[in-house]
Ligand binder design. Structure first.
Ligand code: SAH
Ligand code: SF4
Length: 338
């Protein structure tokens, strides 16, 4: 099988074209063809000589992800099942809201962290995605819907800090003006709260936003529902989150509200205590139910009460209107069976 040229970062593409005797700027031309102009083979790259196109075609493919399934919920949310080169499948979601066009990408096939309430956690990990497989979710979906994506969130399948090198390389392609051109500040990494990864992001020059899936303000309960919490204490998470908010971008805390589990007023009070002194925003996510999981969404009234308590405690808080719930495209509902 020919090597896929999409695997190249811009830097690697420059090295490669130079190594086969071409000028360095050819790499930028090819990069634009494959990421911006959706070229499906080298023959379409009309600003390259025919001999060069044929040479490249002998050496490389530029195959992208294939759309293997699509489910839509009205105009607002589309869930795509995308097939990778090795036949494995992942899910990505497109959401339209006002002027915003958000694509929620996966960074792993499945996830090894096994949060008890999450459908992706149920299936375990098959493998990490390569950078081009992450970035290509954005390209393929943009092309399919015929609209430019404004925001990219890593809230699909997988944990970004367990595949950090490829996620960083994907961000390069996603935000490069020669690639997909989505602004750095319009990209968000969502983590279950892996402290080492959060620190690495803090120390790196990357300007992406950070969202932390807190979900529980009680350490014991968090450990019970989120196994990764056993190795990442709330105290350590809060320390790095505070530094991130102060030194880089305001952190968002996600709180999935599960009926009878973490939706009481006492939970809201504990959350307020935990977040004291940390500049942050809270996203309340009413639980998205899944046929293979026993958990339920709290009643609206309950969610409102929780919300109002946080608001009255001077927190910036939004209830995330869940898009795509009916088509199992909401947060934590992705399990690769569109
Ligand atoms: N692994 C990363 C990113 C993917 S999960 C993380 O955990 O942050 C994306 C978000 O979906 C997380 O905030 C997670 O807590 C939330 N989530 C998981 N299962 C859910 C469900 N059934 N309903 C609502 N949100 C869920
Ligand atoms: Fe993995 Fe995130 Fe789901 Fe937990 S919530 S199992 S970390 S995808």
């Amino acid at each position: 099988m020919k090597e896929n040229f999409r695997r190249h970062s811009l830097c690697q593409a420059r090295d490669t074209v130079v190594s086969i005797g071409l000028e360095e700027y050819r790499a930028e031309q090819i990069f634009k063809w494959i990421w911006q102009k959706n070229a499906e083979d080298f023959s379409k790259m009309t600003n390259l000589s025919r001999a060069l196109r044929e040479d490249l075609d002998r050496r490389y493919s530029i195959a992208g992800l294939e759309i293997a399934g699509l489910v839509r919920e009205g105009q607002g949310a589309h869930k795509y099942l995308l097939r990778l080169e090795d036949g494995k499948e992942i899910e990505s979601v497109f959401m339209r809201e006002g002027r915003r066009r958000t694509i929620c990408v996966s960074c792993q096939v499945g996830c090894p962290l096994g949060c008890r309430f999450c459908a992706t956690g149920l299936i375990g990990l098959t493998r990490n995605l390569y950078a081009y497989e992450i970035a290509d979710q954005v390209r393929v979906i943009q092309k399919a819907v015929g609209e430019k994506c404004t925001n990219v969130v890593f809230m699909g399948m997988g944990e970004p800090f367990l595949n950090f090198v490829e996620v960083v390389a994907a961000l390069e392609i996603i935000s490069s003006p020669l690639g997909l051109g989505v602004g750095r500040r319009h990209t968000t990494l969502s983590t279950v709260g892996l402290v080492e990864g959060m620190e690495a992001l803090l120390r790196s020059p990357i300007r992406a936003k950070l969202a932390v899936s807190l979900n529980f303000a009680d350490e014991e309960q968090r450990r019970e529902y989120m196994p990764a919490a056993r190795y990442n204490s709330l105290l350590d998470i809060m320390k790095v989150a505070k530094a991130y908010s102060c030194e880089k971008e305001m952190v968002t805390f996600e709180y999935v509200m599960i009926k009878g589990v973490n939706d009481r007023l006492s939970d809201a009070k504990r959350l307020v205590r935990l977040l004291r002194g940390i500049p942050s925003k809270i996203n309340l996510i009413p639980y998205n139910e899944h046929p293979r999981l026993p958990f339920r969404r709290p009643a609206d009234q309950r969610i409102e009460k929780f919300y109002e308590y946080l608001l009255n405690s001077h927190h910036t808080v939004v209830i995330r209107k869940s898009k795509g719930q009916k088509i199992l495209a909401g947060c934590g509902q992705l399990s690769g069976k569109a």
